[in-house]
Design a protein around this ligand. Structure first.
Ligand code: ADP
Length: 523
């Protein structure tokens, strides 16, 4: 800066000083017209003095991106009477030099004060930072270097974080894996890099993940981002395991990443807690249905003797009518009271049966794939040591069902648990498959099949009846509860041998009709 304070200087002297300055400088009046320009400044602009001197600076730089900032800076100088650093701005050359275009200037404006402290002139100085393209290139290189450094830092973080962590890009391609994630899924970073994250998921997510991502990126609809949840993961060897997944979002410059933090739930204490939590509602239901099942069996079993008692009592009553004696009326009275009590016992049992079978059943339109996912996660927890391969074959047309979610989940959990139990005792490959299929009659068939040893001959005929079991600690109620629930939903349940060995349990569910869906939607 050549001059900051020129208290006594006359206008001509100041103008002469600025014109002769070895720095790029302009002398501006307080209304921003240019009183003088240094040679260097004119060279920078590649404009003759007459194109600049005498003009308003806002006119000289008309249309420049940096003009607003410049005007604001000059106004600040006039208002406050202090030097102001405007910073960088892009300015169009007034002479429109061939191939030139914009120049980046770093601008400082400083006041020349009169003895009473008021601003009389402004000295405007610039430092040339180069042409815009060059500046952008420098910025790009700097950004790239920063990005590379950040990536290097990230890589070192990924090597050391104790969590399993995966970073994917906006198209679901794996960018990085932490060392723990490599161990957990059985893939090395080199194998996984650039592959779609679907690799780590069993069906049905495998087929749906691209859609989830696309929907999120176009609509912003969050299904899982920011919310942790339990899902099933798939290792390289094809085995599945329950895991807790939390997804975060990372936006850098012009790219969009998602980070997934994964906790393996297989062996953790947490699994047990979470399992209890998840199970409590299903178990509650299970006890309730078990009770219902017992009540209805009891009712059935006790009704017969009760009817017999009633008949015998009626017979006795008739016999008594033919007998004379002092004690007879009292005997008759006692008999009819006994008959009343037998009747009452029958009623109590009937009422109990009605009460329990009515239950708290709450039917809603539910998403079947989601329901299956939750049930299988729940049923699969703690099954790692059995190395079971779980696969899903879900019919995309079988999405919505009208069911009591908890009850149908219970059916699935029972069937899957039975399959897991039989598989853990089976030699050879342990495969469990869950499939859905929309039938031509509009019902949905759900199948749970296992590659186990098949049904024991002694249970085959009475499979769905209560108290039929081959297990030492079994109650033999699971399948009969399944039957009760499925039939209460208007469906059927049955078991077939699986062609390649093992058993397939299937049950049917109804698809909600449009009117039901609409009615439920309004609730
Ligand atoms: P529990 O499991 O208490 O025995 P269930 O009603 O669930 O009661 O099962 C009854 C019986 O059916 C079992 O004891 C078992 O013998 C047989 N069973 C059930 N599922 C399967 C299966 N997937 N493979 C072979 N046998 C099965």
């Amino acid at each position: 800066m050549a001059i900051t304070h020129a208290l006594a200087a006359l206008p001509q002297e100041i103008a002469a000083l600025v014109s002769a300055s070895p720095h790029p400088e302009l002398l501006l009046s307080v209304d921003f017209s240019i009183a003088a320009a240094s040679e260097v400044y004119l060279e920078l602009l590649d404009a003759p003095a007459q194109a600049v001197v005498g003009k308003d600076i806002r006119e000289v730089f008309g249309g420049s991106p940096g003009l607003t900032g410049l005007a604001a800076s000059l106004e600040t100088v006039v208002r406050l009477g202090t030097k102001h650093w405007m910073g960088q701005g892009a300015f169009l050359l007034p002479g429109r030099r061939e191939g030139g275009g914009e120049l980046i200037f770093d601008v400082v404006n400083a006041p020349v004060l009169s003895p009473d402290g008021s601003v009389v002139w402004i000295i405007h100085t610039v430092r040339e930072l180069g042409q815009l393209e060059a500046v952008r290139e420098t910025a790009r290189l700097a950004n790239e270097a920063a990005l590379q450094a950040a990536e290097a830092r990230l890589r070192s973080v990924l090597q050391t974080v104790p969590d399993a962590m995966i970073i994917i890009d906006e198209r679901g391609r794996i960018e990085s894996l932490s060392a723990t994630a490599e161990r957990l899924f059985g893939y090395t970073m080199a194998e996984a890099a650039g592959k779609n994250i679907k690799l780590f998921m069993p069906e049905p997510h495998r087929g749906q993940h691209d859609e989830y991502l696309k929907r999120y990126l176009t609509t912003g609809e969050k299904r899982i981002i920011g919310i942790g949840r339990i899902v099933v993961g798939q290792r390289k060897d094809g085995t599945s395991f329950p895991m807790h997944l939390t997804i975060g979002e990372l936006r850098s410059a012009n790219r969009h990443y998602f980070t997934g933090f994964i906790r393996d739930l297989t062996d953790q204490q947490m699994t047990q807690d979470r399992l209890k939590e998840l199970q409590s509602e299903v178990t509650h239901m299970s006890r309730f249905t078990a009770l219902g099942e017992m009540a209805s069996t009891l009712a059935h079993e006790i009704n017969q003797p009760l009817t017999a008692i009633n008949n015998y009592l009626k017979g006795c009553h008739r016999l008594l009518e033919r007998i004379e004696g002092e004690q007879v009326p009292a005997l008759r009275d006692a008999l009819s009271r006994a008959a009343d009590q037998a009747l009452r016992a029958g009623q109590i049992i009937r009422r109990l049966r009605e009460f329990v079978s009515r239950g708290d059943s709450e039917r809603r339109v539910e998403n079947l794939p989601k329901l299956i996912e939750d049930a299988s996660t729940l049923a699969m927890v703690g099954t790692r040591e059995n190395a079971i391969t779980v696969s899903f074959r879900l019919d995309p047309r079988a999405e919505q069902v009208l069911v009591d979610r908890i009850q149908i989940q219970q059916v699935l959990v029972n069937l899957i648990r039975n399959a897991v139990e039989i598989l853990s005792e089976s030699p050879g490959r342990r495969e469990l498959e869950i499939e859905t299929l929309l039938e031509s009659d509009g019902t949905i068939q759900v199948g749970v099949s296992d590659s186990g040893t098949g049904l024991a001959p002694e249970v085959r005929a009475h499979l769905f009846q209560p108290f039929v079991t081959t297990k030492q600690k079994g109650m033999g109620l699971g399948l009969s509860i399944c039957r009760t629930i499925v039939e209460a939903h208007g469906g059927k349940i049955w078991a077939d041998p699986r062609p390649r060995g093992g058993t397939i349990f299937r049950f049917t569910l109804r698809v909600p009709e449009e009117s039901e869906e609409a009615a439920l939607g309004q609730q």
